[in-house]
Design a protein around this ligand. Structure first.
Ligand code: ZN
Length: 250
């Protein structure tokens, strides 16, 4: 993703990973979309449940994600679509169908919980889904340059980043945070403050409030907001339950 800034006629735009971001469907992608693996010289793996299908809008993309999560919850026995044929197919072009912003938590690997393979998802992760210029820009890259029709912000049960923010605010230890950890606390603090008087579990409430706040901020992006308004991208908040593996749509 380095060296991607290029001055376009209408302003500075990201041009994608080399020539990978072309919206044109390649012959290989057409074959994949039609359920046929492209010819390769290597061994052909068995068909995977994560084999791409023709996703044309956000609702279809969301359905595909939730079907993948259901396979994950059920404990699928097939291989993820990360075999040789798939690797070769996506090596020249990528057509991911969703951008997902999630936490860095080691228990919430995005591709695994949605049972998706190579080239399927644009994944952006930061502690507590905290936004900064790089995170927001990466999300914008997914929806605007790689043309994903769906953007999911995925919070999760017992998020350590939000829990640490609660503790920092309660103990007024914010200034003691080393490095950039204080930035994370500052960024997540509004969600914690918003649920201060809300009944129920404080951390769970903060996770949900944070997803809503992140979505609201992303909607203010001059790139993402207009794409949502024109119907080109659907924005969805979701919550991953560590106990069950289930993703719940907000
Ligand atoms: Zn987390």
């Amino acid at each position: 993703m380095l060296g991607l800034l290029a001055a376009g006629a209408t302003g500075a735009v990201l041009t994608g990973c080399a020539d990978d971001a072309s919206p044109e469907v390649t012959p290989a992608a057409e074959q994949i979309a039609g359920g046929t693996l492209p010819p390769t010289t290597g061994p052909t793996p068995p068909a995977s449940p994560s084999a791409p299908s023709a996703v044309v809008d956000g609702n279809q993309a969301m359905r595909r994600l939730l079907e993948g999560n259901a396979r994950f919850v059920a404990g699928r026995d097939e291989e993820l679509d990360e075999g040789i044929a798939r690797r070769v197919a996506v090596s020249k072009a990528q057509h991911p169908f969703a951008t997902v912003l999630g936490c860095v938590d080691s228990r919430v690997p995005i591709e695994l919980v949605f049972d998706q393979g190579l080239g399927d998802l644009v994944v952006v992760r930061s502690a507590g889904e905290a936004l900064d210029h790089s995170v927001t820009g990466s999300v914008e890259f997914g929806v605007a340059e790689l043309h994903t029709p769906l953007l999911v912000v995925l919070g999760h049960q017992r998020c350590g980043a939000l829990d640490a923010t609660i503790k920092a605010l309660d103990s007024e230890q914010r200034t003691a945070e080393a490095g950039e950890l204080g930035y994370i606390v500052d960024t997540l603090a509004p969600a914690v403050r918003q649920v201060a008087r809300k009944p129920g579990d404080r951390l769970t409430n903060a996770v949900h409030a944070n997803v809503d706040l992140v979505l609201a901020k992303l909607r203010q992006s001059p790139v993402i907001g207009p794409l949502e308004k024109s119907g080109k991208v659907k924005l969805v908040g979701a919550y991953y339950e560590l106990d069950t593996g289930k993703v719940h749509v907000s």
